[in-house]
Design a protein around this ligand. Structure first.
Ligand SMILES: Cc1cc2nc3c(=O)[nH]c(=O)nc-3n(C[C@H](O)[C@H](O)[C@H](O)COP(=O)(O)OP(=O)(O)OC[C@H]3O[C@@H](n4cnc5c(N)ncnc54)[C@H](O)[C@@H]3O)c2cc1C
Length: 273
């Protein structure tokens, strides 16, 4: 636990009363991770079919079939990990998770000295509010600043304006800095925030619902799924048995219900309750 002064050595902001530092955490370049994994997969004989969205899945068959607009594939084993982007392609999975968008932006390169002044130990930060801010420096010393959520997965009309207000509160010294990039992406929220894995049909597995923390979680789950497909179900069974709950309100009302809940918890954060 860090008090206000100790925290200042890591995060040069007056906003916080204190913090908690987790030395087992870290940050990395997610695009390079994805590119590296794709290259490793191909080197091991895998084939990636890009721009071919799956539109239908027969997961009940002993040899599951996936269909795209231009062809289909019969699989020995199928793993569904479309997460928030799978939509309603597999109706059995639809009620398990809800797409939620979150936004992130990158400032112009700040230069070594200015970047170091903001985050002297190059740490990555998230706050503990319900609708949180999260940020860190990139390799080329931009501040990557994220936060904000839209239940249902829609993109806000002005991402920069939405995030800049939050960034200015944390780092008023960055007022007027240029924002070079901003984007919105979806993560899959489960009702309990606990990720899920399981099997639908004999040879169709799924894993999803990391609720915004999937970079490490999806890798752990990937390993557990590979063990299961290889015949060792020990760790898979533990996770597959974890109970899950559908979002209240079903497909029609889960978004407005969640918005009301989020508004309520956001209000509590503002009031400091
Ligand atoms: C802005 C933002 C910031 C985030 N920050 C963090 C963070 O700091 N730390 C962290 O741990 N997590 C973070 N997350 C969450 C993290 O990105 C996810 O939890 C993680 O990517 C989940 O991995 P996944 O492989 O399950 O799903 P995804 O990475 O979403 O991959 C799913 C893939 O399935 C494909 N797909 C979906 N449907 C179909 C279909 N019908 N046919 C073919 N392909 C399909 C998609 O194209 C996609 O490539 C963040 C997310 C966002 C959007």
């Amino acid at each position: 636990m860090l008090d206000k002064d100790q925290l200042r050595k890591h995060v040069n902001s007056d906003l916080y009363a204190g913090g908690l530092i987790d030395h087992s955490g870290g940050h990395m370049h997610p695009l390079n991770l994805a590119l590296g994994e794709a290259a490793a997969f191909e080197q091991n004989g895998g084939t990636i079919y890009e721009k071919s969205p799956v539109i239908d899945v027969d997961h009940a068959a002993a040899r599951p079939v996936v269909r795209t607009a231009r062809g289909s594939m019969t699989c020995k084993t199928l793993v569904l990990c479309g997460n928030a982007y799978l939509g309603h392609v597999v109706p059995t999975l639809t009620s398990r998770v809800m797409p939620v968008s979150t936004q992130v932006m990158a400032t112009e390169p700040l230069g070594e000295a200015r970047a170091h002044d903001l985050l002297p130990t190059d740490t990555c930060v998230e706050d503990i509010r319900y609708i949180l801010d999260y940020y860190r420096l990139s390799g080329d010393k931009r501040l990557l600043f994220g936060g904000g959520t839209v239940y249902g997965g829609a993109d806000p009309s002005d991402i920069k304006a939405k995030l800049q207000r939050n960034m200015d509160k944390v780092f008023p010294q960055l007022k007027g800095v240029r924002i070079d990039h901003a984007r919105s992406g979806n993560f899959a929220l489960s009702f309990s925030r606990v990720p899920q894995m399981g099997r639908i049909g004999d040879n169709t597995y799924f894993a999803h619902g990391y609720s915004g923390h999937g970079v490490t979680g999806s890798h752990t789950f990937g390993r557990i799924l590979s063990e299961a497909i290889d015949g060792d179900l020990t760790r898979f069974d533990v996770f597959a048995k974890v109970p899950w709950y559908p979002f209240p309100g079903g497909r029609m009302f889960r978004v407005p219900y969640s918005m009301i809940g989020s508004w309520w918890y956001g209000l509590r954060d503002k009031l400091g309750v």
